[in-house]
Design a protein around this ligand. Sequence first.
Ligand code: TYD
Length: 202
Amino acid sequence: MRGRFFVFEGIDGCGKSTQAELLAAALRKRGLKTAHLREPGGTPVGEAVRKLLLDHGKLDLAPMTEVFLFMASRTQLVCDLLRPALDNGDIVVLDRYYYSTAAYQGAAGKVGIPFVLNLADIAGFPQPDRVFLLDLDPTAALARTGAARDRIEQKGLEYQRHVRAGFLEMAKSDPERFRIVNAAQPANAVAQEILREVERVL
Ligand code: TYD
C-alpha cells in the first residue's frame, strides 16, 4: 500500500521546519516508518541545482528560470527518495514541495500559480494527503530570530505578503488537501493540532 504523505508549507520564518521535525519524531516514536525529507534532500543533482539557485544574486535568474530549476531539483528528489519511500509504504514528511514554487515564483514572482501546478501535474508528482500551511503574518515572522530573518529582510515584507497570499489562495481552492494552521500559536499547540489531523488520516 502507498504510504501516507504530509507536506509543510509557509513563508520564511513560519516555523514549518520545526513542525516537520516534531511530526516525524512523533510518528517514529509510535514505531511508524517515517521518511523526513527536505529539498534538495542530499541528491547530488539536487545539490548542484540548488547551488545555482543560491548564486541567484550573481546570476540574475528570471522567475521562470527559477521555476524550472526548483522543479528539476525536486524531480530528482521525487525519483530517488520520495516515490520509493511511498511505494515502500513509509510515511513521508516533506518540508516544502511544489506549492512553494507556486507561491514564491508563481504568485510573488508573477509566473502564475496555475503554471506551476500544471507543471507538477504534467510531471506526475505524487500528491500529498495533507498540506499543512503554517500561516503567519510576515511582520510576525520577521520578529522571530534565525536565518529566516535575513531572507525576509533581503526579499522584503511586500514580497512575503504576496507569497502568503499565494499559499492562502491555493489552500482555499483545495480545502480537502490543505489545512491552514495558525502559526502564531505556541509551537506545542501547533504540533498538537497537526498531530490530531495526521491521526485522522492514518
Ligand atoms: P529552503 O531551502 O526550503 O529553506 P527554508 O525551508 O528554511 O525556507 O528555501 C530557501 C528559500 O527559497 C526560501 O526563501 C524559500 C525559497 N523557495 C522558493 O522561492 N521556491 C521554491 O520552490 C522553494 C522550495 C523555496
